[in-house]
Write a protein that binds this ligand. Structure first.
Ligand SMILES: Cc1cc2nc3c(=O)[nH]c(=O)nc-3n(C[C@H](O)[C@H](O)[C@H](O)COP(=O)(O)OP(=O)(O)OC[C@H]3O[C@@H](n4cnc5c(N)ncnc54)[C@H](O)[C@@H]3O)c2cc1C
Ligand code: SF4
Ligand code: SF4
Length: 477
């Protein structure tokens, strides 16, 4: 192979062998060595127009850190990453790397392994940095929900000198990121990220539920100057079919949280997961690891090409002894005391719908029954707004999480904002924008100008908001 041609071939990311990795929750992907990371980074063209950066919801200067890794400057790469990405240890394992989809090398071969180079930067560079709080404003802001959106907002607000309290209904922080299985992201990554927050005036209050223990309005009455509602979509969705509440039917999110937190989960020998997104894929892979001898099946109502799960995720799953059934829509769960099987209607592809996505329609009279002693429902989640004042005007829409309907994620109640996101980095982007709106709202009340985000490590000058050549975001919330 010539040197020029090798530019189009990615340095392979080391991984555990399929037969060995499914017996426990060991991490599947391993880090590059320093030398491998430098070689991979040297493939980057250092484009004048950084499409990779424009595709990143938090405008991470990935072109910049990839360039530093190419020269072996890992400390500077880590510094650059952490300057704009406070959940980098988490994202280097789980981000869906929108940057790589936009990388110009994708059109010529394989995109630069930008996410994996983030991991190498943090592993080989000096990543044990600490954030420096902004000059204290003596003003309290409350955040409801300790997921990525809430944590990112807290980071932005603390850098701007606010005192922040994050209220979380669970006993642990992290939100849905806490349900991501440990074979993809070991539990400690989020804690490593939060260690860098330790100098902030930031308090996490766990085990407190908005709508039960307090409300956004009661927090305002207590003296918080603004409230950010970042409660995500934590309530399990069900397809609304007979038998769905039989014993042996488990909601996917609860199942994954329980496994991650070491709570006992008993699976049968025939596990069927209903759904086609990443949560469904995580559920089948987790079931395989919990019960190595069981038959594990994933059934989805559309085709593999239409599945919302990433192609990379499905490809990684295939060698793990999972049966995939496409074009099956659940109609009934059968069983007396507990689940014994699940009946599906066969589907076929129809013309594309308004969004361009191929629609599906039932095949008349065509049904199939899969035997099952455990059914895991991974058909989506939505926010639980029980106890929230309807006057706030929180909108859930088809996204599942509530969002303020006014500019800057403001809700109908002054001082209350709400947002979330469809991935960790999208939620972080939403958290940033909500925090910036909160800062602008409080600045306007006090008649002070809005300032840019200060340098997170306390240097005098704020860092550049966007790198050279950046022309605008190319991603959607
Ligand atoms: C199994 C699984 C795997 C995933 N894998 C990936 C992945 O690999 N990469 C990726 O980018 N994204 C992934 N995601 C999606 C990602 O985790 C979410 O998009 C992201 O966490 C959303 O962040 P958020 O802060 O908006 O909401 P959440 O993460 O849902 O956080 C909301 C928080 O609010 C709390 N809360 C809810 N109601 C209340 C209340 N009334 N009072 C107080 N607290 C409340 C919740 O307990 C939760 O901690 C995955 C999701 C799941 C479920
Ligand atoms: S945060 Fe995600 S999208 Fe952004 S540069 Fe890193 S891997 Fe890419
Ligand atoms: S688009 Fe790809 S090749 Fe260009 S700067 Fe970004 S990572 Fe490098």
């Amino acid at each position: 192979m010539t040197a020029a041609r090798s530019r189009y071939v990615r340095i392979a990311v080391p991984e555990e062998r399929p037969g060995e990795r499914v017996v426990d929750f060991r991490e599947v992907l391993h880090s590059y060595t320093r030398a491998e990371a430098m070689l991979e980074a040297q493939r980057c063209l250092q484009c004048a127009l950084p499409f990779c950066v424009e595709a990143c919801p938090i405008t991470q200067d990935c072109r910049g850190y990839v360039g530093l890794v190419a020269e072996g400057r890992f400390d500077e790469a880590a510094h650059l990453i952490l300057r704009e990405n406070p959940l980098a240890s988490t994202l280097c394992k789980v981000c869906y790397h929108y940057c790589e989809d936009a990388c110009v090398m994708k059109g010529r071969g394989v995109p630069i392994a930008i996410r994996h180079l983030k991991r190498a930067s943090l592993e080989f560079g000096a990543s044990g940095l600490e954030y420096v709080p902004g000059a204290p404003r003596q003003q309290r802001v409350a955040v409801i929900g300790a997921g990525p959106a809430g944590i990112m907002a807290a980071w932005e607000l603390c850098l701007r000198g606010y005192s922040v309290t994050v209220f979380e209904k669970q006993s642990a922080v992290g939100g849905q990121a806490g349900a991501i299985p440990h074979y993809r992201m070991p539990h400690h990554e989020l804690l490593i990220d939060l260690q860098r927050f330790r100098n902030f005036d930031l308090t996490f209050v766990t085990g407190r539920t908005a709508g039960v223990d307090f409300t956004p309005r009661s927090l305002l009455a207590e003296g918080y100057r603004a409230v950010f509602v970042a409660i995500g979509a934590s309530k399990a969705g069900y397809p609304g079919i007979p038998g769905e509440h039989l014993s042996g039917v488990l909601p996917a999110l609860e199942f994954l949280y329980d496994v991650n937190q070491g709570r006992p989960v008993v699976l049968g020998e025939r596990v069927v997961v209903v759904g086609g997104g990443d949560v469904a894929v995580d559920s089948v892979r987790t079931a395989r690891r919990l019960s190595p001898s069981a038959s594990v099946t994933m059934a989805y109502r559309r085709t593999r090409g239409e599945s919302p799960a990433g192609e990379e995720e499905i490809r990684e799953t295939e060698p793990e002894r999972i049966d995939f059934h496409w074009l099956l829509s659940p109609v009934r769960i059968v069983g007396t005391d507990r689940v014994e099987g699940i009946v599906f209607q066969k589907m076929e592809l129809a013309s594309p719908d308004a969004s361009g996505r191929r629609a599906v329609r039932p095949v008349d009279g065509a049904f199939v029954t899969l035997e099952a002693d455990t059914v895991i429902m991974a058909v989506g989640e939505k926010a639980d707004l029980t106890g929230f004042d309807p006057e706030i005007g929180l909108k859930i829409g088809n996204k599942g999480w509530p969002e303020g309907g006014r500019p800057g994620y403001a809700t109908d109640v002054e001082g209350v904002f709400a947002a979330g996101g469809r991935s960790v980095v999208h939620a972080m982007a939403a958290g940033t924008r909500a925090a910036q709106s909160i800062d602008a709202y409080l600045a306007a009340k006090e008649g002070r100008p809005v300032a840019p985000r200060p340098d997170p490590f306390g240097a005098g000058e704020p860092p550049p908001a966007v790198p050279v050549g950046y022309s605008g975001p190319v991603w959607k919330p």
